[in-house]
Design a protein around this ligand. Sequence first.
Ligand code: ADP
Ligand code: MG
Length: 222
Amino acid sequence: NEKLEIRNGKLSIAGQLAASIAHEVRNPLTTIKGFLKLSQEGSLDLDVYSIIDEEIARIETIASELLVLGKPLSTTLKEADVGKILRNICTLMQSQANMENVSIQLTEMEKNLFILCNEDQIKQVFINIIKNAIEAMEAGGKIRIKAFREFDEVIIEIVDDGKGIPDHIKNKLGEPFYSTKEKGTGLGMMVCYNIIEQHEGQIEFNSTEGQGTTFTIKLPLV
Ligand code: ADP
Ligand code: MG
């Protein structure tokens, strides 16, 4: 969109994000508006209400995925044990995983891995990555999680044996609204990158198509 382009042809990250959110929210709104107009004219069958319902649900999902980014980090930092967070998340995700024939295992967990974090945000990162792992294993499979100390950092690995990430889309992960899924929002990875960056950590992945994916998160220890 040319009008949105600023000076040297580049929008700020916030500007890019705002532009794509506006775009993504406007699509379902346009649909809803169109159908409502038809309904005023009386020319509407019942299916349309379920479409409207779905479109509203999509706006809700987008809003809730982005909500976690809203809080200023500095005011919410607390000391937390990575092991405790991960055990918590595994319990939380177990039922969703079971339904998809996926098992989640904590295969290696060092004690006393304390980080300074906004716990809700860090949990969201693990949830988003585990969700993607589950969704990558359509026929079921295993997710293995490890956390260990390396110098003054904690390394967290989340490994799946799912379908993997094709090379040509690897650099697209984390772009707002980039998704290969029919019902994906394409916000999960962007939120992860954003949160980990704010926590002065790093996030990387290694993936082979047809074999699986490993996400590695590094965070500074207290
Ligand atoms: P969404 O899950 O809504 O599609 P994300 O930002 O969470 O959006 O992920 C973006 C894309 O990255 C996914 O659509 C998928 O193609 C790819 N992806 C992320 N994690 C994995 C994984 N573990 N295995 C395979 N593909 C993945
Ligand atoms: Mg996702």
